[in-house]
Design a binder for this molecule. Sequence first.
Ligand SMILES: Cc1ncc(COP(=O)(O)O)c(C=O)c1O
Ligand SMILES: [Zn+2]
Length: 415
Amino acid sequence: MNGYRCFSCAATQAAEFTGCQCPSCGGNLDITYDYEAVAENIEQLGTDRARYLFSYAPFLPVTKPHSPFPLRIGATPLYPARRLGRSLGLRNLYLKDDTVNPSASSKDRASVIAVRRALDIGADIVSVASTGNAGSSLACVAAAVGMQAIVFVPETAPAAKLAQALSFGATVLAIRGNYDDAFDLCRVASDEFGWFNRSTGYNPFTREGKKICAYEIWQSLDGRVPDRIVVPTGDGNLLSGMWKGWCDLKGVGLINRMPKIDCAQSEASAAISNTVRRIRDGEASQIDWPAIAVDKVKAATIADSIAVDRPRDGLAAVRAVIESGGEAVTVTDADILAAIPEMARLSGVFPEPAAAAPWAAVKQMVGNNTIETDELVVCLVSGSGLKDIGSAQKAAGAPLVIDPSIKAVRDALAA
Ligand SMILES: Cc1ncc(COP(=O)(O)O)c(C=O)c1O
Ligand SMILES: [Zn+2]
C-alpha cells in the first residue's frame, strides 16, 4: 500500500496513518497502491494456492503477507450452476460459494486482513459491530490467533450467529436496538477503550479483504471477466470490495475490461439502490461525489444481514454500481424466501436469506430483459443457510412425520 484516499473529498494520507476515517471530512478511506510497482511483482499472483488468500500478497496491505495463517480462508469454489441457470434460460450462471469459509460467510476475508492489521499496529483487542456474520467471523479469526474479540450485535440477530461468536470465545454484547445502534455504540466504546474497531465500512482494511473475492473469481475463470456480478448489499462494503478487486486487476494490466457490479437489496432496506436511482434520474452529466449524501431508510427485512438503516460504505458502493454500469435491484422478502429452496434444490448450495437475494435479483433482471441469456453472471452466495434455519424452514416447509413402518412410507409417498 502507498497510502489512503478519501472517497468523499479525495484528501490523501500517508501509509503511516493509523486512523480509520478521513481527518478532513470524516469520509471513508480507500487504501491506495502504486500499481506500477505492484505490476512488477505479480508473476506469482495466486499461484501458491496452499496459501489461500495470502497468495495475493502484492495486493495486500499487511506486513508479512507471506507468513501462513492457521485457517483456510478464501479460495472458495466458483460453481457453474447449470440447472439453476437453465431454469431461467441462462447459459453461463456461476455461484461463488462463500458458505464454505471457516465461519460460513464472506466476512472471513475481511476479518483476517483486519486481524493482520491489528497485529501489525500492536492492538490486542479487536471489536466489531455486526448484524451477526461479521461478529461470528471476527470471533472465529481472532480465536485462530488467540486474540480477544468484542462483538456488538442487535439482540434480534439469528441464534446461530450468536452461538458461533460465543463458541469462538468472543464477548458478545447484544444490544436492545438495531444494527445501526450497535454500530454507533461499538465506535464510541472502541474509542474509549482503545480497541481495534473492525466495523464494516468504517475500517478501510475490511474492503481490502473483501476485494480478494474478485481475484478468486478471475482466477477460477482462467482470466475471463464476468459480464456481471450480483452482490447482496446492506452496508455496501462487500460490493465496494468486489469493485476494488477488479479495479486492482485492471490497474496492473491483468484485465482490460470491468464487470458490471449489480447490487441486490431488499426493497425494505434499499438505501444504496435508492441513491443510485436518484443519481441516475438526475440531470447532471458529471457527478459531484463529495456532494452526494447516501439515503437513509428504516430497514425491516427478513434478510437480517442486509438490514441496514444507514449504509456505512454507501458512497463507495453507489459509486461502484454507477461506474461499473451495474443495476440497483430491489426484491421483496417473499422473493428472497422463495429463492432459498430454489437455489438449494437446483444447485446444491444452501444460502441464508441475504445470500439468496442475488438469485432473486437475477430472476427479476431476466424477467425484465436486463440480462441476456448468454451473459456470464456470477451470484455471490455470501452466507450459509445454516445461519438462519428459521427462514429456511419458512421457505422449505416441514418434513412428513410418520410411524416407523413400510406402510407409513407407502402412504406418505402416495400422498
Ligand atoms: C451473508 C451476508 N451477505 C451480504 C452482506 C452485505 O454486506 P455489506 O453489509 O457489506 O453490504 C452481509 C453483511 O453482513 C452478510 O453477512
Ligand atoms: Zn474526506
